[in-house]
Design a protein around this ligand. Structure first.
Ligand code: SAM
Ligand code: SF4
Ligand code: SF4
Length: 345
């Protein structure tokens, strides 16, 4: 007889389900909405290597989270492919099993620019899913979005390598910023229709303190869908699982699936079961949390697995965050928000 573990619930009765791990706070791009180059320039001080969690430390924490109910782990950053030996971490995390011996679902989000060389090794190491970020196909627009770094050709090469390695269905993430890349919505869809690749458009969010976010810069999902539907009629598809952040749509003409993520205008805090682990070992129960719970000091101080597990469970139990639902009430607050590159998008 198998005994089901009780779920680990937060103060709003949301179960702990997903863990996002930032494996580096560094990136080779300088997307204006995430790590604008004026802020993340030559003088910016990134974490020292000794401050980063080692792979062994990450896996120990991840294992406790899995025991507490996590079913899905996403490796993120910064740019995760910049972390040396990332395939080894993938291999270690892919061995974790959840409730009833079920393997956890292991995913990664990458900007794709370094993927051409890495896709095969990631697949072989046990990575199940890959999301690749691509904000434009037009070279000039891409470079406006990426802070002048890299090119759409490099990302397309990474996408081709990921497909050849067998990642399917591949999902692309595109953040739309008004007046910068909204002109790329239809070209991206033209390019990826009938390819089996799912393009997902994301509303530009007010994460961190660096990007100078203004509501006027947000192109709403409703607006995006109206534009897309006028060119390519769409019909909705049912959500695969509760807590899924993307709304799924398909082309009426059979061209495939697309997604939209209305993080600003239709917040999904009610179902949010995501816990984030920063590069230096702090737990953040919300993308917009200001304070993290440090696990690195207790871990390095010799705490055992059960003690760590209790810390994680306590951090989750205390969780009352639902920033996106309260955005208007929260705007103007003096509490500093943490950068996305540090806690993993
Ligand atoms: N470097 C990797 C990448 O870009 O895919 C992984 C980390 S990045 C922080 C994860 C995701 O967060 C990317 O898809 C990125 O587009 C998204 N993102 C970053 N800042 C954002 C913002 N202000 N609003 C919406 N999405 C954002
Ligand atoms: Fe780097 Fe990803 Fe942030 Fe762009 S969104 S700056 S690629 S971490
Ligand atoms: Fe989850 Fe916080 Fe985002 Fe709401 S604002 S969906 S609680 S991460």
């Amino acid at each position: 007889m198998t005994h089901e573990r009780p779920e680990t619930l937060d103060s709003l009765r949301r179960p702990l389900r997903d863990l996002r791990i930032s494996v580096t706070d560094r990136c080779n791009l300088r997307c204006a909405y995430c790590m604008p180059r004026e802020v993340f320039g030559q003088e910016f001080v990134f974490l020292r290597h000794a401050d980063l969690l080692s792979f062994e430390e990450i896996v120990r924490i991840a294992r406790q989270c899995v025991t507490l109910g996590v079913r899905k782990i996403r490796i993120s950053g910064g740019e995760p492919l910049l972390r040396r030996g990332i395939e080894r971490l993938v291999e270690m995390l892919a061995r974790l099993h959840g409730e009833g011996g079920k393997p956890i679902e292991l995913a990664m989000t990458s900007n794709g620019t370094l993927l051409a060389k890495k896709a095969r090794a990631l697949k072989d190491a046990g990575l199940a899913r890959l999301n690749i970020s691509l904000d434009a196909l037009d070279e000039a627009v891409f470079r406006r979005m990426s802070g002048g770094r890299s090119s759409p050709a490099a990302v397309l090469e990474g996408i081709a390598a990921a497909q050849a390695a067998g990642f399917a269905p591949l999902k692309l993430n595109t953040v739309i910023k008004r007046g910068v890349n909204e002109s790329e919505i239809l070209p991206l869809l033209d390019h990826f229709r009938h390819s089996g690749i799912i393009v997902r458009f994301i509303e530009y969010m007010d994460v961190g303190e660096s990007n100078g976010w203004r509501l006027d810069d947000v192109v709403t999902v409703r607006e995006m869908l109206t534009r897309i539907d006028a060119e390519y009629p769409l019909q909705p598809i049912d959500a695969r699982s509760p807590g899924e952040v993307a709304q799924r749509w398909e082309y009426v003409d059979g061209g495939g699936e697309i997604g939209v993520i209305a993080s600003v205008t239709q917040p999904f805090c009610g179902d949010c079961g995501r816990l984030r682990l920063s590069t230096d070992g702090k737990l953040y129960p919300c993308l917009f949390a200001a304070e993290g719970v440090d696990l690195r000091a207790p871990l390095r101080g010799g705490e055992n697995d059960l003690q760590l597990q209790r810390r994680i469970a306590a951090a989750w139990a205390a969780r009352a965050d639902r920033y996106s639902q309260r955005r208007h009430a929260a705007s103007g607050s003096s509490v500093r928000k943490i950068e996305m590159s540090y806690i993993g998008g």
